[in-house]
Design a protein around this ligand. Structure first.
Ligand code: THU
Length: 129
């Protein structure tokens, strides 16, 4: 179960979303095993394909600061149902997280579901398999 503060951090992370093209703000809070929390937002580009999702922003911030072990990821979007991460972000989660790591997906009204990395990306690619 996510801590309330982590859910609020994922909601707050939407504030800095750079979304001139979609106008759809997404926020993420990634909790590292040492307790550091990395916030991320989506960052779009005039060349649409270069846009970076909130989840990957959070992962890349963390990894670039030397954190590669995580406890929980929380993602928030202004959606009716809990937001569903894109395939690219699911693959990045599977790179850095244990299959059973919890991922909490938050809807616009604040209700959420908690699932796992493996449930989001079953039978994922890795060089070990
Ligand atoms: N987006 C995210 O940041 N995370 C998701 O889980 C879904 C989609 C972004 C990408 C793009 O900036 C905007 O939402 C619309 O697709």
């Amino acid at each position: 179960m996510p801590n309330k503060e982590w859910v609020q951090m994922a909601i707050d992370a939407r504030e800095h979303a750079y979304v001139p093209y979609s106008n759809f703000r997404v926020g993420a809070a990634l909790v590292a095993k040492d307790g550091t929390i990395f916030k991320g937002c989506n960052i779009e580009n005039a060349s649409y394909g270069l846009s970076n999702c909130a989840e990957r922003t959070a992962f890349f911030k963390a990894v670039s600061e030397g954190k590669t072990e995580f406890l929980h990821l929380i993602v928030s979007g202004d959606t009716k149902e809990p937001i569903s991460p894109c395939g690219a972000c699911r693959q990045v989660m599977s790179e850095f997280c244990d299959p059973n790591m919890p991922v909490t997906l938050v809807a616009g009204d604040g209700h959420y579901v908690t699932t796992t990395v493996e449930a989001l990306l079953p039978y994922s690619f890795s060089e070990e398999k």
